[in-house]
Design a protein around this ligand. Structure first.
Ligand SMILES: [Zn+2]
Length: 342
């Protein structure tokens, strides 16, 4: 049999990447539109939430009991931290850290969602003797603890397949594929847990139920994006290290399977989904040296989100924090943003 590399054939036709690029180009005109006008956006956003929920595989029809279990508090300067467990649905338990201020009364609250790594332990900044601690420090990753130090009630749960929920050895890729077979998504499963975390925060006497923010880095940014898009109990959002287009971040960069939603590009692109937070205060953070995103794409797409906020009469409620650095949290602006708007 003759080898094809001896023939005069253009080898690009062997490339699945080229095929994907061609198929994507067919979708690009659809992805470039953002609806004009306030009324158009609001009706569009309502429809988009319904369609997005379908693509995520839907959510359980009923919210079961949270069955909150708490350990004794550990005391710190000005606040306590408790290890807690709650049920997000029957048979699904979620371990988390709950921070409560020492000061009496109702407080503002933050749902702190982690990225890839050790789960809630990273954002809580616990186990400073762990080998991964330098990574936490470098990425300013302990934002749950930092918000607690600023007087917020903070809940930092493990997402499915991370921390204690990853001890069965099954990872994001496995869970994504298993969910796919059942017409569901790992994004949807994790977002449901975030809805239930908001239920828990709202049930606490220490929390003002109308003043809850959601924040996260990397996967935590993804988690925050979808939670804020679908649940308007999130009054302020900080999406860190997860803003660009799906082509840039999920096709060209080949990211972790846990972020993929089958058919999403037929519905909307990432900037249109993050804009479902509008006109609520939204801070987007990207490092100028973050290898996971293309800076020019980030800037151009943010301009579109900004224009939408302007049309909605709230230009001051969205910002892009382009800080010098890589794939990390940038506390310099995020804490001030939540302090200001929540
Ligand atoms: Zn993942």
């Amino acid at each position: 049999m003759q080898r094809t590399d001896t023939l005069n054939i253009d080898p690009t036709c062997f490339s699945t990447r080229e095929y994907v690029n061609h198929r994507y180009a067919e979708l690009a005109p659809h992805l470039e539109r953002f609806p004009d006008g306030i009324e158009d956006w609001r009706s569009h956003a309502a429809r988009l939430r319904v369609e997005l929920t379908k693509l995520l595989g839907g959510f359980p029809a009923r919210r079961g009991l949270l069955n909150l279990r708490m350990e004794e508090p550990e005391r710190f300067d000005g606040y306590t931290r408790r290890y807690v467990v709650f049920d997000s649905e029957p048979g699904v338990s979620v371990p988390a850290y709950l921070y409560l201020p020492d000061a009496p009364g109702m407080h503002r609250a933050v749902l702190a969602l982690h990225g890839h790594g050790r789960g809630k332990d990273d954002v809580a900044g616990v186990s400073e003797n762990e080998p991964s601690w330098p990574n936490v420090a470098e990425h300013q990753y302990d934002y749950a603890r930092r918000f607690a130090e600023r007087g917020y009630v903070v809940l930092a749960p493990d997402a499915r397949c991370f921390g204690e929920r990853g001890r069965d050895g099954m990872d994001c890729g496995w869970a994504f594929k298993a969910a796919l077979l059942m017409g569901q998504t790992l994004v949807g499963w994790r977002v449901w847990d975030a809805f239930r975390a908001l239920d828990l925060l709202q049930s606490l006497p220490e929390v003002d139920p109308n003043r809850i923010a959601c924040v996260g880095l990397s996967w935590g940014g993804t988690h925050t994006l979808y939670t804020a898009a679908l649940d308007r109990r999130v009054k302020v959002a900080v999406v860190s290290g997860y803003f660009s287009t799906f082509k840039d971040v999920l096709i060209d960069k080949n990211s972790c399977a846990c972020q993929y939603i089958p058919g999403i590009l037929k519905l909307a692109d990432l900037p249109e989904l993050i804009a479902l937070a509008a006109p609520r205060p939204l801070l987007i953070q990207n490092g100028t040296d973050d290898p996971l995103y293309t800076l020019e794409v980030v800037k151009a797409q943010f301009a579109r989100v900004k224009r939408l906020y302007e049309r909605l009469g709230a230009p001051e409620k969205v910002d892009l924090d382009l800080f010098e650095g890589g794939h990390r949290w940038n506390g310099a602006k995020a804490y001030e943003w939540v302090d200001r708007w929540l």
